[in-house]
Design a protein. Structure first.
Length: 311
């Protein structure tokens, strides 16, 4: 869909650029010399020609931008990187188009540069926060603190990044006020990019590693067969891992582990620690518990669970 949209705009900008060149060429033809009203219109010809040239270069800039965007989308880049590159291309297209427009209005690049400088100085005082957010956007592009699709936490906000704008970032909230797990709450949270310059950013799905480590605890009696429990939990975690992430099976880096600790209510806790992709925390925990509890409940002579008022 996006590729078809880019292709359509490439055709539109190409046709527009050609039409503008043709109009500019026609205005130079002597055919207008025979028109009786041409002399009264002659003074407007230089203005129209300059306008056609300016619009031609603006169309050319956006045409190049769409071509670059189409090339980027065809490359085997991360979706977040593609998004950032496309935002840069769009931003540069707008900047260069504004320069061309200013050059046409002032007919002088130096005058245009001075005017932009004065405007920038005035806006710098009036729009400090938006400018800081824009600078933070530039920082994000080059530092890659997070990309579109990453699950992040900044201040009290946690969720999946869906848009990185020039001034703010939008995330699809997970957990939140109404949930006790890491599933999406359905709410979109927007915060200014300037926030990243003064707050720490936690990225749960950075490019260095696809997994975070999670753990789930089961309460068992001290008289239970600890070796059997450990073996059962490990088998459940490994089985689900192979099914869910087959391409990472060969890496020993992601092997789960089991440890035991004393619960505050005087029961033993068997804790399974396992790798999980940030969006799969709830699903993977449920799968491991279902696999493990079926085997543990079937071995009543080896595993005793809490009973009575403290269960």
């Amino acid at each position: 869909m996006e590729d078809a949209n880019n292709k359509r705009w490439i055709i539109i900008y190409s046709i527009t650029a050609i039409v503008l060149l043709v109009i500019n060429y026609i205005l130079d033809l002597p055919v207008f010399d025979h028109w009786e009203h041409f002399e009264s219109l002659e003074r407007f010809i230089p203005f129209v020609k300059n306008l056609m040239i300016a619009l031609f270069f603006i169309s050319l800039i956006f045409l190049i931008g769409k071509v670059v965007t189409r090339i980027v989308n065809k490359q085997n880049y991360l979706e977040g990187d593609k998004y950032n590159l496309n935002r840069i291309v769009r931003f540069l297209s707008i900047v260069f188009s504004l320069i061309i427009a200013a050059s046409f209005m002032f007919q002088n690049l130096l005058a245009a540069a001075v005017s932009f400088g004065l405007i920038t100085l005035v806006l710098g005082f009036a729009l400090q926060q938006p400018i800081t957010s824009f600078i933070a956007w530039v920082y994000l592009i080059f530092r890659r603190s997070y990309l579109v699709g990453d699950r992040i936490q900044i201040k009290n906000f946690r969720g999946d990044v869906v848009e990185i704008g020039y001034l703010d970032t939008s995330i699809l909230e997970c957990n939140g006020d109404y949930l006790g797990n890491d599933r999406s709450s359905g709410r979109v949270v927007r915060f200014p990019n300037s926030l990243i310059l003064r707050e720490e950013i936690i990225n749960y799905s950075g490019p260095q590693t696809p997994f975070i480590w999670n753990e789930t605890a089961l309460q068992v009696a001290f008289t239970s067969d600890m070796e059997f429990i450990e073996k059962t939990l490990l088998e459940a975690a490994i089985e689900d891992f192979k099914k869910r992430y087959p391409k990472y099976v060969s890496s020993p880096r992601w092997e789960p582990a089991v440890y035991f600790r004393v619960n505050e209510r005087a029961w033993m806790e068997a804790v399974i620690s396992y790798p999980v992709m940030p969006r799969d925390t709830t699903i993977r925990r449920n799968a491991i518990l279902k696999l493990a509890l079926n085997k543990l409940n079937a071995a009543a002579s080896k595993v005793q669970f809490p009973e009575g008022s403290l269960r």
